[in-house]
Design a binder for this molecule. Structure first.
Ligand code: SAM
Length: 313
């Protein structure tokens, strides 16, 4: 059996020749004149909507320090800090290029910027945060492809990657496909395990899920394919993989965390107006913005969030 692991090498480059990712949902809402903001019941930025949504689960007075890993252009933190100026933010990113963009976006907010790989961060560092945020970056973390059910059995091998995969399946009794080879979100699961072992009390994560579904009321209007295991998404110059959120949830619950999970549409709410119905049903490209809106609405169901809480009211 040969395993393949995708890599984040492109982020180490000083100059990136492309953004390195397709436009995230967060960035689709970053500009005040974004056509995607217009269709929301409450037109606002991603960070502002997330603040309102997290308030349902989090007592903000208990949150002083917040870590965002892989903050891209810094838009989420900029807009969260606009709502919560008392937070002490730290941005950890592997990319010097994107860290520079974050410095610009967060100028004057007192934010701390650290260049490094999340997987190199220790318990002492992570243990200092009241809240950790990972937005639309789990798909960047290593995913192992070509695993077979048979490979998960037997004694430890000389292959560190396979041993790490086997260890996670064994420690958390993770569900596995009955047959065929499959992909496994090794990096995303390691990230959840690291945070849970450290005991970070509040964790928010989101990413393109393989387990999302088209809601019945939007059947025929949008297409959200379901898959049991992570699927490859070919992007400009690299591949990413969708995330099997049920595995992340299982790891967190095993560590005693409460988990809230659902599609972005839970906190980026919209109404199916006659105009939106036309854009979706007719697959309209009458205006440039129609295509962007259709993509945005599909993403509201393709992307899932996970809020994990431990030992906090
Ligand atoms: C797809 S972008 C998401 C950006 C942003 N969170 C958003 O929602 O627009 C992925 C981000 O994760 C960062 N990243 C990827 N792997 C990382 C790692 N191992 N440690 C720290 N940052 C990482 C990238 O540099 C980039 O900022």
């Amino acid at each position: 059996m040969s395993l393949f692991v995708n890599s984040t090498e492109r982020y180490h480059r000083e100059e990136m020749d492309s953004l390195g990712w397709e436009l995230t949902v967060c960035e689709m809402l970053a500009r005040p004149d974004s056509p995607c903001r217009r269709i929301l019941r409450e037109p606002r930025s991603f960070g502002s909507a997330l603040n309102a949504f997290l308030s349902k689960f989090i007592a903000w007075e208990g949150v002083s320090t917040v870590l965002e890993v892989g903050g891209g252009y810094g838009s989420l933190m900029r807009d969260l800090l606009a709502e919560r100026p008392g937070l002490h933010a730290t941005m950890l990113d592997i990319s010097p290029f994107l860290l520079a963009r974050q410095r610009e976006a967060l100028k004057g907010t007192g934010t701390r910027f650290l260049e490094g790989d999340f997987f190199g961060s220790g318990k002492e560092f992570l243990g200092g945060f009241d809240l950790a945020i990972f937005n639309e970056n789990l798909g960047d973390f290593p995913t192992v492809c070509g695993i077979t059910p048979g490979a998960l059995q037997g004694k430890s091998t000389g292959d560190d990657t396979l041993n790490a995969v086997r260890g996670l399946f064994a420690r958390y009794a993770l569900e596995r496909p009955a047959a065929g080879s499959f992909a496994f979100n090794l990096g995303a699961l390691r990230a959840v395990e690291m945070l849970c072992e450290t005991g970070v009390p509040r964790i928010y994560m989101s990413e393109h899920s393989c387990q999302a579904r088209t809601p019945s009321e939007y059947g025929g209007l949008i297409d959200v394919p379901f898959a049991e295991s992570p699927e490859r998404i070919g992007l400009r110059g690299h591949d990413e993989y969708t995330i099997r959120f049920s595995h992340l949830e299982a790891v967190a619950r095993a560590h005693g965390y409460r988990a809230h999970r659902g599609p972005y549409a839970d906190f980026l709410e919209f109404d199916l107006t006659p105009e939106l119905n036309f854009i979706l049903a007719a697959r309209s490209c009458a205006r440039d913005e129609h295509e962007a809106i259709r993509q945005f609405v599909e993403d509201l169901f393709k992307y899932e969030y996970l809020v994990l809480l431990k030992d906090v009211p």
